[in-house]
Design a protein. Structure first.
Length: 282
């Protein structure tokens, strides 16, 4: 029995066919063009297979409230061609099979929950720190959804006293994404983060903001594992800095036996999103 999976991103769609054990038997990457062109290419890939169901982890914001008529619609996205396009309906019309939809970060969390860093945990939080910042949460195999598309990347964190950068979020300026995303790093220093790897002060500030957010998530959601992915987190120096700052902020209020085993890297080699989309089906 085969299942389809789509990791629908702003720059590319990753499409895969796999089984319930998480083994991918075929995969393709398609540039994200306009909706008609993109979905046509996706269909060319999937029409070679007989699928039992299809899981989609989509960029957003996207409407996830199944009670609304607009369920599956891309909302206020910077991808102008996709704004108000209904991803769910587009694929529902093409395939007469069960279809499951979630955010891309929830899918990544689900992938790591089933087959990666959190496979021995009952719950996990997956945070991606890249061009933007987002997070997904899974407990007992169920992802967190709500009234709207969860937007953990846009929480407010106290500004470091010596940080004069106003923030780059077009909506909130100094939210977490506005202060700590890869876009924010490039805007603050005038150079991309991968060219600043030897600048310790850059990563201390980054850890300062990310640790504050992590402590807030930890206190509210109480995940058994926190997984940090995305391009910015390729800087290995960040993990020890973040763990140290989280411990400092918690002030022993919550006991975590090993911070090294609690705040960890993904284990699925950048396949967590597509595997999570597959997990939506199984």
């Amino acid at each position: 029995m085969l299942y389809g999976a789509i990791e629908a991103g702003g720059t590319k769609f990753v499409c895969a066919v796999g089984n319930k054990e998480g083994k991918i038997v075929d995969k393709v990457t398609i540039p994200t063009l306009d909706p008609d062109q993109t979905i046509q290419q996706v269909d060319l890939f999937f029409k070679k297979y007989t699928l039992s169901s299809l899981g989609i982890g989509s960029f957003g914001p996207i409407e996830l409230n199944e009670k609304k008529e607009t369920y599956g619609e891309i909302l206020n996205s910077p991808k102008i061609l996709w704004k108000n396009f209904n991803v769910y309906q587009a694929f529902k019309e093409k395939y007469n099979i069960p279809l499951f939809l979630d955010t891309d970060v929830n899918a990544s969390a689900l992938g790591e929950y089933h087959w990666g860093a959190a496979k021995d945990s009952e719950s996990c939080l997956y945070i991606t720190v890249g061009t933007g910042i987002g997070a997904g949460y899974v407990k007992n195999g169920v992802t967190l959804k709500g009234m709207t598309h969860p937007e953990m990347g846009h929480i407010y964190v106290p500004r470091y006293s010596q940080d004069t950068f106003e923030g780059c979020c077009p909506y909130h300026k100094g939210c977490l994404e506005g202060l700590a995303s890869g876009t924010a790093i490039a805007a603050r220093y005038g150079i991309k983060g991968n060219e600043l790897k030897d600048k310790h002060e850059v990563w201390e500030l980054e850890a300062h903001y990310l640790a504050q957010a992590i402590v807030n998530y930890l206190l509210i959601l109480s995940p058994e594992k926190i997984i940090l992915g995305g391009g910015v987190m390729k800087q290995d120096i960040l993990f020890p800095l973040i763990r140290k700052e989280v411990s400092k902020l918690l002030q022993n209020y919550i006991t975590i036996e090993s911070m090294d085993e609690y705040i960890v890297q993904p284990q699925l080699n950048d396949q967590q999103g597509i595997l999570g989309a597959l997990a939506l089906c199984v």
